[in-house]
Design a protein around this ligand. Structure first.
Ligand code: HAM
Length: 426
């Protein structure tokens, strides 16, 4: 064998075989949830204006500072491979006049996203997300419904012991006072925090709260908490969200340090994790979201309240494997045609087209000559009804139809075979 010259780009991977089945299962689960909650699927382009993310996700976030795959077109436009889905969906909502539809507009997506991160477990440069967004309504019940949808999606995928980590980061008004208080606290601790936190304290102070450095976390244990600074409206909004969650009930824990790494959030932010799951720690959070009422303002356009979440497909699949929530391949429904000899192969070739026209699944292994190999394949697919065309049948224009469980078989005229199979399917 010659040496393989080309390989996938660093941090990107091919998806095929059993792995692809798991991707399909995640998408099917999301589709089921979307149908129940009446979300419409949206597909936005892979490429967007760089500026869309600088304004929405935020200039001093990791995504914008370090992780965007950007390119300059021949026309000198600055584009990026989309690093996330919320800003593009919001752009599409505005661009396509969805404000004139009944609100909220409910959109979901499933597709690839790109971040130039250091590749490691659960961190890829191309990864897939499932996302759900409610756009055009600021009601607290939608924050709770978003969380319930995310919770139900994980449950649909077989994860039972999940817990919502939730916080409110308030609106611009309540954040002003909080930032001041946090800033003065951090100044008093400047010798005990890491250099990243010192930098964040200057540029994007809330991000200090989710520093993973154990020393910083210890210091932050004494930091002022944003929940104590919420204005009456934000406080009431958050209280209502929690009350709705208690109604279901969805298990949650308050996490005053949860701020999430994107600048567009206000009020509710959340992530869902698993109780006692050391594997998750290694791969990072699998699902997160929140309210982003200020995104419109950041894009210098209409203020439109919105809330949503997205889930990382690779991470959820990694945990499905750990928890052995594997799905057996779907049993193939249909019949199988086995052929022996050149003339029989030609007859089978034609019969496949007849079944295609009748929209009945007919599986085959036309490139194989051995009857044994073909029957093994039918067996592997879990197919019970097999059509057999041997040399004799090919000459007589007949087909043997055989039930593989009972061994019972009969001979049917070739022109009647579709009708006969239809009768048996009924
Ligand atoms: P995010 O937390 O940046 O939020 O990403 C959501 C999920 O995508 C993460 O929880 C993780 O599972 C997955 N993910 C992120 N980066 C990677 C990576 N490099 N490799 C593998 N998986 C990754 C957002 O993207 C927001 N748009 C969520 C949202 C929707 N907020 C409101 N609506």
């Amino acid at each position: 064998m010659s040496k393989i010259k080309y390989q996938t780009v660093t941090g990107m991977h091919d998806v095929f075989g059993r792995e692809q089945l798991l991707y399909d299962k995640v998408k099917e689960a999301a589709q089921k949830i979307a149908d129940f909650y009446a979300f419409q699927r949206i597909n936005t382009p892979i490429l967007e204006d760089q500026d869309l993310f600088i304004r929405s996700v935020g200039e001093s976030t990791d995504i914008v500072e370090k992780e965007m795959f950007s390119l300059k077109t021949k026309g000198k436009d600055l584009l990026v491979l989309r690093p996330e889905g919320t800003a593009p969906v919001f752009r599409s909502y505005l661009e396509n006049g969805m404000q004139s539809l009944p609100q909220p507009v409910k959109l979901w997506y499933y597709g690839p996203f790109f971040r130039y991160e250091r590749p490691q477990a659960g961190r890829y440069r191309q990864f897939w997300q499932v996302g759900f967004e409610f756009i055009g309504d600021g009601s607290s019940v939608l924050d709770a419904e978003t969380i319930v949808i995310a919770y139900n999606l994980l449950s649909e995928l077989g994860f039972k012991k999940t817990i919502v980590s939730i916080n409110s980061i308030g609106c611009e008004e309540c954040r002003k006072d909080y930032k001041k208080a946090l800033s003065s606290f951090l100044r008093s601790k400047k010798d005990s925090i890491c250099s990243d936190c010192k930098r964040r304290a200057e540029k994007n102070i809330l991000r200090v709260l989710d520093c993973k450095n154990p020393k910083c976390q210890q210091v932050l244990g004494e930091a002022p908490q944003i929940l104590d600074y919420l204005c009456p409206e934000c406080k009431n909004h958050f209280k209502q969200v929690l009350e709705f969650l208690e109604e279901i009930p969805v298990p949650y824990k308050l996490n005053p340090f949860l701020v999430r790494g994107l600048d567009y959030y206000s009020k509710t932010v959340f992530e869902i994790s698993f109780e006692d799951n050391p594997e998750e720690e290694a791969i990072g959070s699998i699902l997160g979201g929140g309210r982003y009422d200020l995104l419109g303002k950041a894009l210098k356009t209409d203020i439109v309240p919105a809330v949503g979440f997205s889930m990382g497909v690779e991470r959820v699949i990694a945990l499905m494997k750990v928890k052995e929530i594997e799905f057996s391949p779907r049993k193939k429904e249909g019949i199988f045609v086995v052929q022996v000899g050149d003339l029989a192969k030609r007859k089978a070739f034609k019969i496949i087209q007849d079944f295609r026209a009748a929209k009945i699944n007919l599986f085959e292994a036309l490139s194989k000559d051995s009857m044994k190999l073909q029957l093994t394949k039918a067996n592997k697919l879990g197919i019970n009804t097999v059509l057999i065309i041997g040399q004799q049948e090919a000459l007589n224009n007949t087909v043997i139809i055989k039930d593989m469980t009972t061994g019972k078989q009969s001979i049917i005229k070739q022109e009647n075979i579709v009708k006969e199979v239809k009768k048996r399917i009924k």
